[in-house]
Design a protein around this ligand. Structure first.
Ligand SMILES: Nc1ncnc2c1ncn2[C@@H]1O[C@H](COP(=O)(O)OP(=O)(O)OP(=O)(O)O)[C@@H](O)[C@H]1O
Ligand SMILES: O=P(O)(O)OC[C@H]1O[C@H](OP(=O)(O)OP(=O)(O)O)[C@H](O)[C@@H]1O
Ligand SMILES: [Mg+2]
Length: 298
């Protein structure tokens, strides 16, 4: 029997855990993560957080054990392919992409090796934690290879003589460089996503999910937006508006003490770069303030 409380699985420890916790906290869900508990009850909403290894999250959703989960698309797609191959349940609904966990799954080879394309990988041993995704890519390319499954330290495999190439996650590229490797092919671009199990939800759970989604939209939109205020010479207003990202509809107010200038207020969907601020100043703008926005609801 499904519990009445909404169950959300998130990574216990790792690259996604802090951002996940921050996201749910900013959505107004109060919880105390002290200690080593696996299940944490929210204090102000009928929600339980399950803190697990990220590898387990897709399966928990696909088996209907939890209602929602946050997971990297790389892991989600790998588990989905693996389960499909075994004829196990592999359905889920992607509710939204999130604004963290950006990385790419790439094939990398020795930095001194010539690389001209996927055909150069023919017959090579490729070490990876993502055998299904590598196989899908290599099948698409029509290139044969032998997989070497490793759960960690994949980048060390070529030096250790375990493989000729690797396929692992890359963000800055520092780990590849430190191991004398170079990126050869990007096979997947990934972000963290919020997923939901398939099947029926009661009315209360469904409306709770919708509330969380609306709040999440507000939190993510607010993070990406800025409130911009400045004073501008009236005759340069059009030029100034043209420099401001998303300034179709700013509030323009007269200044009591100076009739030649106006105050301009707007919510921008992007940050304002220093270069743009310098250009605004050259046009005569002053008192330029860029403020973070905490929450938004349209
Ligand atoms: N360098 C990175 N930059 C950004 N995101 C990353 C990076 N590495 C991994 N990720 C994303 O974060 C997810 C979790 O990565 P992490 O390294 O914490 O996993 P893990 O070691 O498998 O953790 P667990 O112990 O939970 O199994 C990855 O599946 C990926 O989506
Ligand atoms: O391109 P970079 O910025 O160097 O990031 C890539 C590294 O980040 C991830 O590992 P992580 O640091 O999360 O450690 P883990 O694999 O031991 O969990 C990934 O598995 C790579 O090793
Ligand atoms: Mg893992």
């Amino acid at each position: 029997m499904q519990t009445q409380r909404l169950r959300i699985a998130i990574q216990k420890k790792g690259r996604l855990s802090k951002e996940c916790q921050d996201l749910f906290k900013r959505c107004g869900i109060k919880f105390n993560l002290m200690g080593e508990r696996l299940v944490v009850h929210a204090e102000n909403m009928p929600i339980d957080l399950l803190l697990v290894r990220d590898d387990d999250i897709p399966g928990l959703i696909m088996d209907g054990v939890v209602d929602l989960g946050v997971i990297g698309e790389n892991e989600l797609e790998e588990v989905g392919l693996e389960r499909a191959a075994l004829n196990e349940p592999c359905e889920y609904t992607k509710l939204r992409r999130l604004d963290f966990g950006d990385c790419r799954l790439s094939i990398a080879v020795d930095k001194d090796e010539q690389y001209n394309g996927p055909q150069d990988l023919h017959g090579k041993r490729i070490a990876t934690t993502y055998p299904q995704l590598v196989k899908r890519y290599m099948d698409e390319q029509g290139v044969e290879f032998s997989p070497c499954m490793l759960n960690g330290s994949v980048e060390v495999a070529p030096r250790a003589g375990l493989a000729d190439a690797i396929c692992d996650l890359v963000s800055t590229g520092a780990t590849l460089e430190a191991n004398g490797l170079k990126e050869a092919e990007v096979i997947l671009r990934s972000k963290a996503v919020l997923i939901q199990r398939t099947g029926e939800f009661g009315k209360d759970k469904q409306s709770l999910i919708e509330r969380i989604l609306t709040r999440m939209q507000g939190v993510i939109q607010a993070k990406e937006s800025k409130y911009i205020m400045l004073h501008a010479p009236t005759e340069c207003l059009d030029q100034i508006k043209a420099l401001l990202p998303g300034a179709e509809d700013p509030t323009v107010l007269p200044l009591a003490a100076d009739k030649s200038r106006v105050a301009v207020h707007l919510v921008s969907s992007e940050n304002l770069f220093w270069e743009t601020m310098e250009q605004l100043k050259e046009l005569g703008a002053s008192s330029i303030l860029v403020l973070p926005i905490e929450k938004m609801m349209e």
